[in-house]
Design a protein around this ligand. Structure first.
Ligand code: PMP
Length: 436
């Protein structure tokens, strides 16, 4: 039995006839009978084409931190749209948004806006290569940094048996269509393994332009960095003159106003922000220390984009950051996320299902396995089939996390205490159903 009602199924039929596989992003296709078609969102809820309401823990893969259709963002965006949105010139809206980012993330000297996380990491990597005159980049196994060629190696889509040994991890290319020369410029190491990173830098350090780091593995259960790990990565980058890039596309503006740099007290050279900075509008930033981002000013390193800094995106960013500045949203998210994590952990232990609730209250996951995961290699120890069965049983009950166990549950400022109670009840019932 699929997850679509009659109207939703009819719309998905139309979707498939016009959009390839019925989607605009490959990750969204969940099968012909299970891919949802959404009519609208409101606060912490979404509605499908049959009018069925779901408590939304996907939030568009994370961005919608204030809730869908938040009035302050809607007002700011409507005003910006009416004033004309794309110009071949700097706008006051854009300047105000840049100032808001600097205020929220005080270590940032200057930045440039772009539209998506993919563009942000692409530009950050080119900038690091341009500044250092080196070609290699290092990333963690399981980390996702967008859909451009530079980074589609050993992501969360890679099979466990393609990663090679932990001591000499192999970059696994996850897509056709990427030139071999690009793969030769990528190195990978397991998350939370400082020794592996040190070993790699000892052999290749003087050729490494950048270490691209998801400070929390936001595409692998939201695995947290162990104490001292990010500090160690910072030290290695300093020692070898590599640019430390924090990819804060998922963590930025979500786990705290100042993102992972604030939470973990480790300051990178460059950060990429997107998702929660704009509450669902396509806005991103490459932000950093003057020594690195200032290199754009000298010329010779290309960064460009017709829509970069456009009025709608930057008005959305200013309004979203303005709401987050008050501090109430993050406090609320922590409260809701913690209650969910505790309720879900209790349900698993009551039913004697081995599980660890991994991550941060703003972005956590349910790892259905025995040991607590420290890196992507541990993903092979979780029960993906059981998780999928639980998620489908929850979706039928009107609760919608992502069906991929590795993708965290995202919490927003509009989730209510009733949503929490309903979700825990649905989870308990779904787990019972799935293990019976
Ligand atoms: N970096 C990270 C950490 C991400 O999670 C994502 C998307 N999930 C991206 C980059 C790419 O962002 P976008 O989809 O906006 O291109």
């Amino acid at each position: 039995m699929g997850l679509q009602g009659a109207e939703t199924a009819a719309w998905f039929g139309r979707a498939k006839a016009a959009l390839v596989s019925g989607v605009s992003s490959g990750f969204r296709y969940l099968g012909d009978d299970d891919t949802q078609v959404i009519s609208r969102g409101e606060g912490g809820h979404v509605f499908d084409m049959d009018g069925k309401r779901y408590i939304d823990f996907q939030l568009g893969y994370g961005p919608v931190i204030l809730g869908h259709g938040h009035p302050a963002v809607v007002a700011a965006v409507s005003e910006a749209a009416a004033a004309g949105t794309t110009f071949a010139m700097t706008t006051s809206t854009e300047v105000k948004a840049a100032e808001a980012v600097k205020k929220a993330v005080p270590w940032v000297d200057r930045l440039r806006f772009t539209n998506t996380g993919t563009e942000a990491t692409m530009h950050a990597i080119r900038l690091a290569r341009g500044v250092t005159g080196r070609d290699l980049i290092v990333k963690f196994e399981g980390a996702y940094h967008g859909a451009h060629d530079y980074v589609l190696f050993s992501t969360a889509s890679s099979p466990a048996d393609a990663l090679g040994s932990r001591r000499s991890a192999v970059p696994h290319q996850v897509s056709s269509g990427i030139p071999e020369a690009i793969r030769q410029n990528v190195r990978v190491v397991p998350f939370n393994d400082l020794e592996a990173a040190e070993r790699l830098f000892r052999s290749d350090g003087r050729h490494i332009a950048a270490f691209v780091v998801e400070p929390i593995l936001g595409n692998v259960f939201g695995i947290m960095p162990e104490p001292g790990f990010l500090e160690g990565i910072r030290r290695i980058c300093d020692e070898y003159g590599a640019v430390l890039i924090f990819d804060e596309v998922k963590t930025g503006f979500r786990i705290a106003l100042g993102g992972a740099a604030e939470v973990f007290g480790v300051v990178p050279d460059v950060s990429t922000f997107a998702k929660s900075m704009g509450n669902g509008f396509p806005v991103a930033a490459i932000a950093g220390r003057e020594e690195v981002v200032g290199a754009w000013e000298a010329g010779g390193i290309t960064q460009a984009g017709t829509y970069s800094g456009n009025g709608i995106a930057t008005a959305a960013a200013s309004a979203t950051i303005g709401e987050l500045m008050g501090g109430k949203v993050h406090a609320r998210i922590r409260e809701v996320g913690t209650a969910l994590m505790e309720g879900i952990a209790k349900a698993c232990s009551d039913k004697r299902v081995p599980a660890t609730i991994v991550g941060h209250p703003a972005m956590f996951s349910i790892y259905l396995g025995v040991d607590e995961p420290r890196d992507f290699r541990a993903a092979s120890g979780h029960d993906a089939d059981l998780y999928l069965a639980v998620v489908h049983a929850m979706v039928r009950r009107g609760v919608m996390p992502c069906d991929d166990a590795l993708e965290p549950w995202f919490v927003c400022g509009a989730h209510t205490n009733d949503d929490v109670a309903e979700t825990i009840e649905a989870f308990e019932a779904a787990l019972s159903e799935a293990i019976s």
